[in-house]
Design a protein around this ligand. Structure first.
Ligand SMILES: CC(C)(COP(=O)(O)OP(=O)(O)OC[C@H]1O[C@@H](n2cnc3c(N)ncnc32)[C@H](O)[C@@H]1OP(=O)(O)O)[C@@H](O)C(=O)NCCC(=O)NCCS
Length: 164
């Protein structure tokens, strides 16, 4: 399995993978695959990585710019992220996250934020101190990893592609 940037040939496979991975999830609203297309079209798909094995796309992760209290300040958001159901819990998601964080650091990002299950993202270094918020969501689900500067505080907002 190796991780690389997406190419135009991967676009349909990423769409199908994302739809399939999110379909069984109770928290999914079914828009995740379309969000990736919108990010790509609007120029907000800052990093898009695929995990590939034997020319099959097994996993994908997207990173896009976010604002905190209305300011960009080189923070990025992680997601959507998907691993094909038969290959989940084998380290593919963790490897995609680790590579994406490395690339963000190389780009000079200040940090990365996400909405998700702390059990999945804690080992990658994400945590919540309760000071980053997303609408009225439980702040334990609003996690971040700081690369430089102070830990952020305030309202997290994702790129327009995430607005329904
Ligand atoms: C979330 C997802 C991308 C994780 O990918 P993965 O390849 O299964 O993850 P990994 O095997 O690399 O595991 C990474 C960590 O997450 C944990 N984890 C993975 N799936 C989990 C689950 N369903 N519940 C709790 N913890 C989970 C692993 O135990 C591991 O933790 P550790 O490093 O402390 O041992 C994958 O399960 C998926 O595609 N889910 C459906 C789509 C989705 O829900 N995306 C995320 C929305 S927030």
């Amino acid at each position: 399995m190796h991780i690389r940037y997406e190419t135009p040939d991967d676009i349909d496979a990423i769409h199908d993978l994302t739809s399939t991975a999110f379909r069984p999830m109770a928290y999914s609203d079914g828009t995740e695959a379309e969000i990736i297309r919108k990010l790509r079209m609007s120029g907000d798909l800052a990093i898009s990585l695929v995990a590939e094995e034997d020319r099959e796309i097994l996993g994908h992760v997207a990173f896009s710019p976010v604002t905190i209290e209305g300011v960009h300040d080189d923070w990025f958001g992680l997601g959507p992220i998907s691993v094909t159901p038969a290959r989940q819990r084998q380290g593919i998601g963790g490897a995609l996250i680790a590579r994406g964080l490395e690339l963000l650091k190389e780009m000079g990002a200040s940090g990365c934020a996400l909405i998700g299950n702390p059990d999945v993202y804690g080992s990658a270094g994400f945590s919540s101190d309760g000071r980053l918020s997303y609408h009225d969501l439980d702040t334990r689900l609003v996690q971040r990893i700081v690369f430089r500067g102070p830990a952020p505080s305030g309202a997290l907002r994702f790129a327009p592609a995430f607005e329904s």
